[in-house]
Design a protein around this ligand. Structure first.
Ligand code: HEC
Length: 222
């Protein structure tokens, strides 16, 4: 038994030295089987990410390390929007009307992204046109869905819309965990593009409620 142990130990020694000597250079890590161990996740704060090693896109195929640059709780990134500090209560809701949208006008890639995010997160209720024509509105599964083309929403302050997107309101949930601050403000901007312009508001909204009333009526009779 002892003999076998000695032989095994010897064999392991030889194998071990073979592995050691097979290294190409002092700094070559050899085959990387645990990238987290080889490449430190400690990233320099403002340095650009090494795109060969890291990816911030979870869907990127390949053996890159996913690193989303999330900041420590209580801190904000350089260039990031300041936190929205109004509380989630009736006072906060009232004061939200004073909060200005911090973003420049929506354009280019941002418009496309905003439209994508609205269609994923909001259209199921509000409809792609914002007029409460989404499947959950038509089926009657969720009640009281706002027709965002109505004058009350055309006149609603950006800050109030933002407040509701951040905290939710009645049957609408909070989108604070699905959309970041910039994206939440972009939703407000995108809703503006769906709304009839103030001058044409009467024409745009007189048709919308009728269409909605029709669809909910048919939904109820089913
Ligand atoms: C589950 C269905 C549902 C989804 C999904 C939904 N909403 Fe709503 N939304 C509602 C309902 C219901 C209301 C009416 C709330 C009330 O006043 O009672 C509403 C109201 C609103 C209002 C008016 C806010 C106010 O203060 O009266 C805005 C703006 C709005 N939604 C934007 C959005 C955006 C942007 C998204 C996507 C990020 C979204 N909603 C997703 C159901 C939804």
């Amino acid at each position: 038994m002892k003999k076998y142990t000695i032989i095994t130990l010897l064999a392991m020694g030889i194998a071990g030295s073979a592995v050691m000597t097979s290294c190409k250079g002092k700094n070559d890590p050899g085959t990387i089987y645990m990238p987290d161990m080889t490449y430190s996740r400690a990233v320099e704060t403002y340095a650009p990410l090494d795109s060969l090693l890291f990816t911030a896109d979870y869907n990127t195929p390949g053996a890159k390390i996913y690193y989303n640059r999330k900041t420590v709780a209580g801190t904000i990134q350089r260039g990031e929007l300041f936190p929205y500090t109004l509380p989630n209560d009736s006072n906060g809701y009232r004061m939200s009307a004073q909060v200005k949208n911090p973003l420049p006008p929506l354009s280019g890639v941002d418009s496309l992204e905003a439209s994508r995010l609205f269609n994923i997160n909001c259209a199921i209720c509000h409809g792609a046109n914002g007029q409460a024509t989404g499947p959950l509105a038509v089926s009657g599964k969720v009640g009281g869905i706002a027709n965002l083309a109505l004058p009350i929403y055309v006149e609603m302050a950006d800050g109030t819309m933002y407040h509701t997107i951040q905290y939710g309101k009645n049957n609408m949930g909070s989108y604070a965990s699905q959309l970041n601050r910039k994206e939440r403000w972009q939703m407000v901007q995108y809703i503006r593009t769906l709304q009839p312009k103030a001058a044409g508001a009467a024409a745009g909204t007189s048709a919308a409620p009728t269409a909605k009333a029709d669809s909910s009526a048919t939904a109820k009779t089913k």
